[in-house]
Design a protein around this ligand. Structure first.
Ligand code: CA
Length: 418
C-alpha cells in the first residue's frame, strides 16, 4: 500500500502529525544511545510521522517552495519551537495539506521513509528540566507507603500548589536508549550504616512531558491563559527512579541522585493542536485556589490521555492522565510565578500518573506496594526492575471524528554497569 494511503483509523494519520528528528538508519550518526547533544550532526533532520513512515519535513518544504524550510530543515526542533504559536499553527496547516492534498502526492511520496529505515534521535535540545507531582492518587499512595502514621497522606501544601523539583536536563535521553543501573548509597531502616552499590530497587514513573517553545523574560510570570502560547506539545516520559538511593538521600531537599541518572522521553512530540479533542476539565477542586492558579474560568487544560505501561511485553498498568489534579497550565504558571524565565527547550514532567484503582498505578513502588507484592511477568515475578527488563510506555488520546491520536512510545532496557 502506498504510504500516502495511511489506513483509516491509524492513530498516526494526518490528524496527528507528531514531530521528531531522524537520520538514515546505519548512517555514521545513528547510535541508539546518542541523545543528549543533537547539535552538529549533519544527517539529522526534522521528520513528521505519517502512519509507519516519516516525512522529511525540510525536504518537503523545499520541494513545494514553502517558506517554512528554514524552520524544518534543521537537526533539532528548537528553531520551530522558538518560532511561537502562530508559526506552529501555520506550519501544521501546511503539513496537513502536504500529506492530504492529491496534487502534492507526487512531490511528497518520495520523501516518506519507512520507520524501519531511520534512526530517531532526541528531538530537541533540552534546556531546563522540572518534574512535578500532580496525581493525587500517586501522592496519597506514596504518603501511605512512606508515612503510614501521618494524619493526612498528603503534605499540607499539596492541594494549594503543584509541587515540583528541578531535575537534570543533561541526562534526558530518547526512547530506545539503554538505562545503566545506577549505583549509590542506600540504607534500609534496619541497617546500622549506609552501604554503596548498584540500586536494588530500580523503578519507573509513567509521566507526560511538556515541551516549552516560546521563552519568557526573567521577572515576568506566565498566566494560565498563556499556556498555549508557550507550550508547543507533549511527549511520554519515564522518570527512572532508584527507590533505595532516593529514600536515604531525599530528606530534606528532595530528589537528587536517585533520579538524575536517566530520564527517557518519546522520540515524537505531539503538538497541542493535535489534541484539541482530548481536552477535558481536571477533577473538581476540593480546596480554594489562590487567584493565579484558579482555572475555574479558563478553557479546560486537562488532557484525556490513556497510558499503558508494559514490562517485557506484558501490560502491567493503564494510568489515566485525565485524573491528574493539577493541569500542565497550572504547573507552567506556578513555575514562573516567582519571575523565573522559560527557555526554548525547557521540559517539565507531569509527575507519576496514577488512577484510583490498583491497575492504574504508574510506578512499581505503588504496583507492588513497595515490594510487599509481586508482578507476574512472562519470565517470572518482579518487585523492582531486573537487568534486561524492558519498559515501554504508550498512550493514545481521543481525536477528531472518533479517531485516536497515538503518542509515540517511550521505551528503555535496564543494563548493568559494565
Ligand atoms: Ca517523577
Amino acid at each position: 500500500m502506498p504510504p500516502f494511503d495511511v489506513p483509516e483509523g491509524d492513530p498516526f494519520g494526518p490528524h496527528n502529525l507528531p514531530y521528531g528528528v531522524f537520520s538514515p538508519a546505519g548512517s555514521a550518526d545513528s547510535p541508539a544511545g546518542s541523545g543528549s547533544s543533537p547539535a552538529g550532526s549533519g544527517e539529522r533532520t526534522v521528520g513528521v510521522r505519517l502512519g509507519d513512515h516519516v516525512l522529511d519535513a525540510g525536504a518537503a518544504a523545499r520541494a513545494l517552495g514553502s517558506p517554512y524550510e528554514a524552520l524544518l530543515a534543521q537537526p533539532t526542533l528548537n528553531p520551530l519551537l522558538a518560532a511561537g504559536r502562530t508559526a506552529w499553527s501555520d506550519v501544521r496547516r501546511a503539513l496537513t495539506a502536504w500529506v492530504t492534498v492529491p496534487s502534492h502526492r507526487e512531490a511528497i511520496e518520495p520523501l516518506l521513509r519507512p520507520l524501519s529505515e531511520v534512526t530517531l534521535h532526541l528531538p530537541f535540545e533540552v534546556a531546563d528540566y522540572v518534574d512535578f507531582y500532580a496525581s493525587e492518587n500517586h501522592a496519597r499512595n506514596v504518603g501511605q507507603i512512606f508515612r503510614p502514621d501521618a494524619a493526612d497522606t498528603l503534605t499540607p501544601n499539596w492541594k494549594h500548589l503543584p509541587i515540583g523539583y528541578h531535575g537534570r536536563s543533561g541526562t534526558v535521553v530518547v526512547s530506545g536508549t539503554e538505562v545503566i543501573r545506577p549505583s549509590g548509597q542506600r540504607k534500609a531502616p534496619a541497617d546500622d550504616a549506609p552501604s554503596f552499590g548498584p540500586s536494588i530497587r530500580l523503578d519507573i514513573e509513567a509521566e507526560v512531558g511538556f515541551v516549552i517553545g516560546a521563552p519568557s523574560a526573567m521577572g515576568t510570570s506566565v498566566p494560565l491563559s498563556a499556556f498555549r502560547d508557550h507550550v508547543f506539545g507533549l511527549c511520554l516520559l519515564n522518570d527512572w527512579s532508584a527507590r533505595d538511593i532516593q529514600a536515604w538521600e531525599y530528606v530534606p531537599l528532595g530528589p537528587f541522585l536517585g533520579k538524575s541518572f536517566a530520564t527517557s522521553v518519546s522520540a515524537w512530540i505531539t503538538p497541542l493542536d493535535a489534541l484539541e479533542d482530548a481536552r477535558v476539565a481536571p477533577p473538581s477542586r476540593t480546596h480554594p485556589l489562590l487567584p493565579y492558579l484558579d482555572d475555574a474560568s479558563e478553557d479546560p487544560a486537562g488532557y484525556d490521555l490513556r497510558i499503558s505501561v508494559a514490562i517485557n511485553g506484558r501490560t502491567v498498568a493503564e494510568p489515566p492522565f485525565s485524573t491528574m489534579y493539577w493541569t500542565a497550565a497550572q504547573q507552567l504558571t506556578h513555575m514562573t510565578v516567582n519571575g523565573a524565565s522559560l527557555r526554548t527547550g525547557d521540559l517539565y514532567g507531569s509527575g507519576t500518573v496514577s488512577g484510583p484503582t490498583e491497575r492504574e498505578r504508574g510506578s512499581l513502588l505503588e504496583l507492588t506496594w513497595n515490594g510487599r507484592d509481586t508482578l507476574d511477568l512472562p519470565d517470572g515475578k518482579r518487585t523492582f526492575l531486573e537487568d534486561g527488563d524492558e519498559v515501554t510506555i504508550t498512550a493514545w488520546a481521543p481525536g477528531p471524528g472518533g479517531t485516536r491520536v497515538g503518542l509515540g512510545e517511550v521505551s528503555g532496557r535496564v543494563v548493568p554497569k559494565s
